[in-house]
Write a protein that binds this ligand. Structure first.
Ligand SMILES: [Fe+2]
Length: 286
């Protein structure tokens, strides 16, 4: 038993107590890290892989947050704050708005390698932190924290939580090399890393802020719908305006189920251009 689940301070921060991790815990990290590294090359977006590399996160074992924070701080001004688990919404948003990322310290057990509903240190550090090395995404997450504090006051937290879910946790990005992953929930899941890109079952829809805010999600299985951004600038620009009028605008509209398609959806189609050209060619033959 390690001392990492000690009493939290009033702001929910705790000490990581890095020296208290056992050999077994570092070994689980190694297993998870090496497996994901093999899977993520060619599946994760370049920014994620570059961020991981620049942070110096390695297979050796669970990283020391103090060292990671120093690298992160020098790059984008973010730091990692150790927390015992999920923290209250106001604490979470206040931390993000202050460019502090709350990370859990504990690591899953060996029998939980493939699935864990709550975030652990592997999910938080390998899933979330690499993208915080990217200046645009780093600003996006800070703006999200500020938006969260406003949404709390306005009573629209559920709408905003969906934006976090479908971007920060389960986002996909279109790149010249093809569809890639940037969502941390996927980056830290071996099964979903493969499923989200190739499986024919889920919908892959072009990013649409209002559509996302109306879409429910499930936490107990792989996603049935993914939203695809063109780049991180699109994400930042789309979420820059004041959300208050948007919350009012969509308040009267029905929620959309996780597996449902809606009018106006634009499917991500990597072969779209080729097909369009093909149709044009076919029409010219008639
Ligand atoms: Fe997460």
């Amino acid at each position: 038993m390690t001392g990492i689940r000690e009493e939290a301070a009033a702001d929910f921060s705790i000490q990581q107590d890095w020296h208290e991790y056992t050999e077994e815990q570092h070994a689980i990290w190694r297993l998870l890290f090496e497996r994901q590294q093999r899977l993520l090359v060619g599946r994760a977006c370049g920014e994620c892989l570059e961020g991981l590399d620049a942070l110096g996160v390695e297979a050796n074992g669970i990283p020391d947050f103090r060292r990671l924070s120093d690298v992160l701080d020098a790059a984008t001004g973010w730091r990692i704050v150790a927390v015992p688990g999920l923290v209250p919404d106001d604490v979470f948003f206040t931390l993000l708005a202050g460019r502090q990322f709350p990370s859990t310290c504990f690591i899953r057990r060996r029998d939980q390698l493939d699935y864990l509903q709550e975030p652990d240190v592997f999910h938080d550090i390998c899933g979330h932190v690499p993208l915080l090395m990217n200046p645009i995404f780093a600003d996006y997450l800070q703006a999200y924290g500020e938006g969260g504090l406003k949404a709390l006051k306005l009573g629209h937290l559920q709408r905003l939580a969906r934006l976090y879910w479908y971007t920060v946790e389960f986002g996909l990005i279109s790149t010249p090399e093809g569809l890639r992953i940037y969502g941390s929930g996927i980056l830290s899941s071996a099964g979903e890393s493969v499923y989200c890109l190739k499986d024919p079952r889920p919908h892959r829809i072009r990013f649409d802020l209002r559509r996302i805010m109306r879409t429910r999600y499930r936490i107990d299985d792989f996603q049935q719908t993914y939203f695809v951004i063109d780049d991180f600038q699109q994400l930042f620009d789309a979420t820059r305006p004041d959300f208050a009028p948007i919350y009012r605008e969509i308040a009267a509209l029905a929620d959309i189920e996780p597996d449902e398609l809606a009018p106006g959806d634009r499917n991500y189609d990597p072969d779209g251009r080729r097909k369009k050209m093909g149709r044009k060619f076919a029409a010219a033959q008639v």
